[in-house]
Ligand binder design. Structure first.
Ligand code: ADP
Ligand code: MG
Length: 228
């Protein structure tokens, strides 16, 4: 359901971030993307939601051909693929409820549907009691849980998380992992770029190791495999 064939990405500054990459990921998988800083992990995942477009090669995500894509289809892709970042990217002037609702208001018109789903996803991440608060009133781990709720509000088939635990202490990182695991158990594909070797080695899933813009290891129930 995600397929990249012979993909290259050269940035305008001349850096080749992805250098001949082939991969297939099935619906419902949980995949860690590991590798040294600068290896191309973020570029790799950004191409899955068309934040970056490859210089060469084919990318299929669900029914979407990400290379020959029409501008009008991009909103549909963004419903199909949710994204979570290291720095949460919540809107500071909106409440927790509004941050999640906003993601739905762009695509869903029925206010009753929105209200029901916002409370449902905030309950899933354990924050239903904080809906009226603002992001700066929450801990980092709570803010990341809001960001996850927002990313899954439109029921995406794929959730991409680029270093989602990068700003969190170890205990809080585990809480985030439990949420991601639960979402994966409900059938959502999870792609997580990470430096967190403890998590990768303890919560076993497929590991893709990226180095110099290529996949150098693809291991079911894999290990992190780098010194940390
Ligand atoms: N927007 C960009 N413009 C130019 N070069 C970039 C850009 N983003 C990343 N790069 C370069 O591409 C390479 C891969 O970066 P990135 O995908 O962010 O790796 P990682 O996430 O593994 O650290 C690095 O050399 C980085 O400097
Ligand atoms: Mg990165």
């Amino acid at each position: 359901m995600i397929e990249m064939s012979n993909v290259y990405k050269k940035y305008s500054n001349g850096i080749t971030a992805i250098n001949g990459l082939n991969i297939k990921i099935d619906q419902g998988e949980f995949v860690y993307v590991v590798g040294p800083s600068g290896a191309g992990k973020s570029t790799f995942v950004k191409m899955m939601y068309r934040e970056e477009v490859p210089t060469q090669g084919k990318i299929q995500v669900g029914k979407f051909n990400l290379v020959n894509m029409k501008q009008k289809d991009i909103p549909y892709l963004r419903r199909y693929v949710g994204v979570v970042f290291q720095d949460f990217k919540l809107l500071p002037r909106l409440t927790i409820y509004e941050n999640v609702a906003y993601a739905m208001e762009v695509v869903e018109k029925n206010p009753k549907v929105i209200q029901k789903r916002v409370l449902e996803v905030l309950e899933l991440v354990g924050l239903k009691h904080k809906v009226r608060m603002f992001p700066n009133e929450l801990s980092g781990g709570e803010q990341q849980r809001v960001a996850i709720a927002r990313a899954i509000a439109n029921m995406p088939s794929i959730l991409i998380a680029d270093e989602p635990t990068g700003n969190l202490d170890p205990e809080t990182a585990w809480e985030i992992m439990e949420v991601l695991e639960e979402i994966n158990n409900q059938g959502t594909t999870i792609i997580m770029a990470t430096h967190n070797s403890t998590i990768v080695n303890r919560m076993k899933h497929r590991v893709l190791a990226v180095e110099n813009g290529r996949i150098v290891r693809d291991q079911a129930e894999g290990e992190y495999g780098y010194e940390s």
